[in-house]
Design a protein around this ligand. Structure first.
Ligand SMILES: *[C@@H]1O[C@H](CO)[C@@H](O)[C@H](O)[C@H]1NC(C)=O
Ligand SMILES: *[C@@H]1O[C@H](CO)[C@@H](O)[C@H](O)[C@H]1NC(C)=O
Ligand SMILES: *[C@@H]1O[C@H](CO)[C@@H](O)[C@H](O)[C@H]1NC(C)=O
Ligand SMILES: *[C@@H]1O[C@H](CO)[C@@H](O)[C@H](O)[C@H]1NC(C)=O
Length: 303
C-alpha cells in the first residue's frame, strides 16, 4: 500500500510539473507555439498518446455471434467525429470515446464492452455493450443498431437517457430483409426446441412469461445472450473492480506504466519547449537584423 502511495505521489508530482510546463521563463510565447505545432494528443485515437488514462475495460468482450454476414466486421473499427468527440466502434469488441481537444490530457473513455444481443420478435435488434466507464453511480452502456446503407460507417451516437448511448451503424450487410432474423441462424436442435415452445404456447400449456423464459434459454444455448451464470460472473468481475476507489490504479504495475508514460511526456514537452526557444532566438535575431526598430508588443501578438 505504501509503495502504491509513493508511486501515486510521483505521478501526481509529474502531473504538476506538466501543468507547470508553461510557467517557465517565456510563458506566453512558448505556450502559444506549442499549440501551433501539430500535436497528436487526442487525435487519431493513438492509445499511447491519447492522454494519461489508459483505457482498461472492466470486463472481457463476449465471443462473436449472431448474423453470420455481420461477423466479418469483427476485428475492424469505425470512427466518427460528432461535436467535440470522436467515437470508435469496434464491432463485437467495444465502443470508446475520445475528446477532440488540444489539452494535454483530453478525456477518453469506454462507453461499453460487447456482451450480448438484444432479441425482440425473432430479430437481432441491437448489439448490447454494457460495463463502460463509471457515469455517476451508473455505468455507461451502448446499444448498437444496424441500418441498411451503402457503406460501413457510424452514422450517429446519441444519449437518449443519461449514460445510455445509442449508436447507429450503416452497413450493406443488413440490407437483406431476413439477415437479422434469429431462427434461421439456430442449430436444428435449437430450432426444434423453439418449435416445441411455440406449440406449447399455442396450446396454452405455458404462459407468455414462461414462453419468454424458454426462448431466453434457447438464445443462451446459442451463445447470443448471457446465461445466468455468465451474468453472475460479470457482476463478480465488476464488484472486484469496484474495490479500488475511483481513480486508483489497480496494480503497482499499472501505476508504474502511467509513471513511465508521464515521464516520457514531460521529456517530449521539454524537448518541444527547447526547440521552440531556439527557434525564437533565431527568429528574433533575423528580425532584429531586418528592422532596427521592433515593436515587441506587436511581435508578441504574432508569435
Ligand atoms: C476495443 O476493441 C479493439 C478491437 O478489438 C481493440 O483493439 C481495443 O484495444 C479495444 N479497446 C479497449 C479499450 O478495450
Ligand atoms: C468463446 O469461445 C471459446 C473458444 O471457442 C470457448 O472456449 C468459450 O467457452 C466461449 N465463451 C463463451 C462465453 O461462450
Ligand atoms: C415481428 O416481426 C414480423 C416480421 O419479422 C413483423 O411482421 C411483425 O409486425 C413484428 N411484430 C412486432 C410486434 O414487432
Ligand atoms: C443524430 O441524432 C440527433 C438526435 O436524434 C439529431 O439531432 C442529429 O441530427 C443526428 N445527426 C446525424 C448526423 O444524423
Amino acid at each position: 500500500m505504501e509503495v502504491m502511495r509513493l508511486c501515486w505521489t510521483s505521478v501526481f508530482l509529474l502531473f504538476l510539473l506538466l501543468q507547470d510546463g508553461d510557467a517557465e521563463d517565456k510563458p506566453r510565447k512558448i505556450s502559444m507555439r506549442i499549440v501551433e505545432e501539430p500535436s497528436n494528443y487526442g487525435y487519431g485515437g493513438n492509445q499511447a498518446n491519447s492522454g494519461v488514462r489508459t483505457l482498461t475495460p472492466r470486463v472481457k468482450a463476449s465471443n462473436v455471434s449472431g448474423p453470420v454476414p455481420l461477423q466479418q466486421l469483427a476485428g475492424r473499427c469505425y470512427s466518427k467525429v460528432l461535436g467535440n468527440y470522436k467515437y470508435k466502434f469496434c464491432p463485437f469488441h467495444n465502443v470508446t470515446q475520445y475528446e477532440q481537444s488540444l489539452r494535454w490530457n483530453p478525456y477518453s473513455g469506454i462507453l461499453g464492452v460487447w456482451q450480448e444481443w438484444e432479441i425482440e420478435n425473432n430479430t437481432f435488434s441491437s448489439m448490447v455493450m454494457p460495463e463502460g466507464d463509471d457515469c455517476g453511480s451508473k455505468r455507461r452502456q451502448v446499444k448498437v443498431y444496424f441500418r441498411c446503407g451503402n457503406k460501413n460507417q457510424v452514422m450517429n451516437v446519441t444519449e437518449p437517457t443519461t449514460c445510455n448511448y445509442m449508436l447507429e451503424f450503416k452497413t450493406p450487410l443488413v440490407c437483406h430483409p431476413h439477415v437479422m432474423l434469429v431462427y434461421p441462424t439456430l442449430s436444428e436442435d435449437l430450432q426444434s426446441q423453439w418449435d416445441q415452445v411455440e406449440q406449447e404456447l399455442y396450446e396454452e400449456q405455458i404462459t407468455q412469461k414462461g414462453y419468454n423464459k424458454r426462448l431466453r434459454r434457447i438464445f443462451e444455448a446459442a451463445g447470443y445472450q448471457l446465461s445466468q451464470e455468465k451474468q453472475e460472473e460479470l457482476k463478480a468481475a465488476v464488484v472486484s473492480q469496484d474495490k479500488t476507489k475511483d481513480g486508483d490504479f489497480n496494480s503497482l504495475q499499472q501505476c508504474n506504466a502511467e509513471y513511465k508514460k508521464l515521464r516520457e511526456e514531460v521529456e517530449t514537452l521539454k524537448e518541444q519547449i527547447k526547440t521552440q526557444e531556439d527557434r525564437f532566438q533565431e527568429a528574433d535575431e533575423v528580425v532584429l537584423e531586418d528592422h532596427a526598430m521592433v515593436d515587441y508588443d506587436l511581435m508578441d501578438d504574432y508569435l
